[in-house]
Write a new protein. Structure first.
Length: 284
């Protein structure tokens, strides 16, 4: 009986010893152990998939997000989307910014400047005609090139502020009286005839091509009447260039005919220019 009590007492002592609180170092080790425990494991002991960004909102939340986005890109009242896109393109166009900084009426000034630098069309004292002159960028380049001894006359149905050193008629070049009035203003032969005329585009490439070729042919009719021997002609056309009949006519009346697309002409634009140099003179 005595032996049994001592044995039970020994068991209780061992039990109390097992339940004795651990020391501070033991507690620290325990905390470290817990801190290194991967608490992201699932109950099955597998690593869960890493969480990414929250999925896009759906339902009502998705609709609210779309409305907020639409508000940010909302066009001004009464402005068409095409106008908004044009404005955005203008604001981000380096040639537009450069033209404004250098005092040119439009980015188109650099088109003529580049063509002239490559083909040497304009010279001091030359007489130049600008068809489709507004807003005046080509007149500015021509006036600067020919100087005070030269002459620059233009025509456009759109009103534009005067350009120093030039005379511009405000009327449609397709009016029957326009060519004669322009000749009277020129008062003699021309060394260069420029045409940047373009009809409003329809969105139908074949139709737009035919319309601009018709304008180029009308400009050439006038050029053949006023150009001096050795004169030059430049006209806007669309991608694909001048059509066969116009090219045949140009090659017959000019010594050299080619196409040019200046860097200032937007790459996504179909416009380009036909350049004819060395007019052979009028044939009776």
């Amino acid at each position: 009986m005595e032996h049994s009590k001592r044995h039970n007492s020994s068991k209780k002592a061992k039990f109390r010893s097992a339940r004795k609180p651990s020391s501070a170092s033991d507690k620290s080790d325990s905390k470290k152990s817990k801190s290194h425990t991967n608490i992201s494991r699932t109950a099955l002991g597998e690593e869960p998939e890493k969480r990414g960004l929250k999925s896009r909102p759906t339902g009502d939340a998705d609709q609210r997000a779309k409305r907020e986005l639409a508000t940010k890109v909302k066009t001004a009242k009464g402005r068409k989307l095409s106008s908004t896109l044009w404005l955005k393109r203008q604001l981000n166009d380096p040639f537009v910014a450069q033209a404004k900084a250098e005092g040119f009426r439009s980015r188109a000034a650099y088109k003529l400047q580049e063509i002239d630098e490559k083909y040497h069309l304009l010279r001091k004292g030359a007489r130049v005609v600008d068809l489709g002159a507004a807003p005046g960028g080509w007149c500015q380049i021509a006036a600067k090139a020919v100087g005070p001894t030269g002459k620059v006359v233009g025509i456009d149905y759109l009103a534009m502020p005067p350009v120093p050193g030039t005379q511009v008629l405000e009327m449609d070049f397709l009016d029957e009286e326009a060519p004669d009035k322009l000749k009277a203003l020129l008062d003699g032969e021309a060394d260069v005839v420029l045409s940047d005329m373009a009809a409003p585009t329809t969105g139908h490439p074949a139709t737009d091509h035919l319309r601009i070729i018709a304008l180029a042919e009308t400009a050439l009719d006038f050029a053949e009447e006023v150009l001096a021997d050795g004169g030059h002609f430049v006209a806007k056309v669309f991608q694909g260039g001048a059509d066969h009949d116009l090219l045949v006519r140009l090659k017959k009346n000019f010594r050299k005919v080619l196409h040019a697309k200046p860097k200032a002409s937007r790459q996504d634009s179909a416009e380009m220019y036909v350049v004819a140099t060395g007019f052979r003179g009028r044939r009776e």
